[in-house]
Design a protein around this ligand. Structure first.
Ligand code: NAP
Length: 437
């Protein structure tokens, strides 16, 4: 029997699951890897920072998987309205949701719906040319920005705002974002942690880059650093993070035009402003047993832009059980219901690096193989019939390669590519023969 599998979402989790299924089943599997965008690679393309091209290089591995005869990439097909999960479940032995966590978590404080509050999913999508955010209006004509959260997304956002055009020359930063960032009046970027330096989830390399910016000083308050003798008890990565933070705490403003303030023990309580952000009211916190409590000591940061980088949620799919508090599909080791699995952020929430998705994909592949239901399914042929009957226009991997070639040809100087921002432009570049092979 050939196992017919549909994987929805062509980011790292989807690709690693496909790779593991092919490795383990060889010619005994056929996979349709479906994405709602005409382009593959999910967060590698739309989430990883545009100046982190070496991380994006992992897409070469996914490309190899894409050319395997067992796999077919189908972009520009949105599962939901056009084709439902239950239709897919009838066509395939197994459906895997690798749909990530594309929605911003909310702060839950007054004023967070004001213009000038933009969650990291939207902000990162905007500077990464994600078509969902092509029309996002962002006013960077502000002097102060609050970046809320102490994870690597907060660091990415602060760094992209603080870098010069020269420092971004090797990146694929969206031209509309580059133009606005370079023209902006930003002087102060506050990266706010509700807990302390020891609870921050930055990784050393990412935090270290903050100390190497040509136009921005990285600053921290020495009084917020823990006693130095604690460092010996930390694990190696945390020790490196502390070393960098202590370095920032030893810095004084050197006259560079921008300053990045790493401020801890500080939680947002209200976004201020009448119709757009004019400030952020924050409260000093006290951390006890790992939890931050308010101290009743409030200050206002003079910011015109607030970017919460506080985690993400998976988009629910009607009919599938969803854990609303965790923001992901309700699942048991990836199993949502017989024949329907989830993997990556859709399974475990927004944690880990790109590489974490590889063991996750292998584990899901093993679970699928262990409990796969026998029975002939229409698979790709059935999907093709549905697509043909619904006036849908899938983009094959060959079509994506034409999009990629056009983006690379548009690059100026050392930049790797200029990404299309509009789906219509991607479809035009994919070409009129963007039909099923
Ligand atoms: P993260 O590491 O979980 O950080 C989220 C931050 O938001 C935490 O500091 C958290 O504080 C804070 N937070 C949550 N709710 C808050 C609230 N209501 N008010 C104030 N602060 C709040 O998540 P992330 O930065 O979104 O990154 C997601 C994953 O992608 C992580 O595993 C990250 O390492 C990875 N990533 C990796 C790279 C890279 O390797 N270059 C780049 C980007 C992202 P508490 O700790 O107090 O909850």
């Amino acid at each position: 029997m050939t196992l017919q599998v549909a994987i929805i979402g062509s980011g790292p989790a989807g690709y690693y699951t496909a790779e593991a299924l092919i490795d383990q089943l060889g010619d005994g599997v056929r996979i349709d890897l479906i994405d709602r965008l005409p382009t593959p690679y999910g967060l590698i393309r739309g989430g990883v920072a545009p100046d982190h091209q070496s991380i994006k290089g992992v897409s070469r591995r996914y490309e190899q998987t894409s050319w395997q005869p067992q796999l077919r990439f189908l972009g520009n097909i949105e599962i939901g309205d056009a084709i439902s999960i239950s239709e897919l479940a009838r066509l395939y032995n197994v459906v895997v949701l690798a749909t990530g966590a594309p929605l911003d978590r909310t702060l839950g404080v007054p004023g967070e719906n004001l213009a000038g509050v933009i969650g990291s999913a939207a902000f990162v999508g905007w500077y990464n040319s994600h078509p969902d955010f092509a029309d996002l209006k962002i006013d960077l004509n502000v002097k102060g920005v609050a970046v809320i959260g102490n994870g690597n997304v907060a660091i990415d956002v602060a760094r992209v705002l603080a870098k010069t055009a020269d420092e971004m020359a090797l990146s694929d930063l969206a031209p509309h974002a580059a133009e606005q960032i370079q023209a902006s009046q930003i002087e102060d970027i506050w990266v706010l942690g509700r807990r302390g330096p020891l609870e921050a989830s930055f990784t050393p390399k990412e935090l270290g880059e903050m100390g190497e910016l040509t136009h921005a000083d990285a600053l921290a308050d020495p009084a917020q650093m823990p006693p130095a003798d604690i460092d010996a008890s930390l694990d190696p990565a945390q020790r490196k993070v502390m070393a960098r933070l202590r370095g920032f705490a030893g810095n004084t403003p050197s006259g560079k035009p921008r300053r990045v303030h790493l401020r801890f023990f500080c939680r947002p309580v209200e976004v201020l402003g009448a119709d757009r952000v004019t400030g952020l009211k924050v409260e000093r916190t006290i951390v006890e047993a790992g939890r931050a409590h308010g101290s009743g000591d409030f200050t206002v940061l003079p910011v015109g832009l607030v970017i919460p980088c506080i985690g993400y949620r998976t988009r629910p799919i009607p009919g599938l059980p969803f854990d609303d508090s965790a923001g992901r599909f309700r699942n048991e080791d990836g199993l949502i219901q017989p024949g329907v699995y989830c993997v990556g952020w859709a399974r475990r929430g927004p944690s880990g690096t790109i590489g974490t998705n590889r063991p996750d994909g292998i584990a899901i592949a093993q679970a699928i193989i262990a409990s796969a239901q026998a029975g002939e399914r229409a698979g790709s042929a059935g999907l093709d019939a549905l697509i043909a009957s619904r006036d849908l226009w899938p983009v094959t991997f060959a079509g994506w390669k034409r999009i990629e070639a056009a983006e690379e040809a548009a690059a100026q100087g050392p930049a790797p590519r200029v990404k299309f921002v509009r789906v219509s432009d991607m479809m035009a570049a994919a070409g009129p023969d963007a039909a099923l092979q």
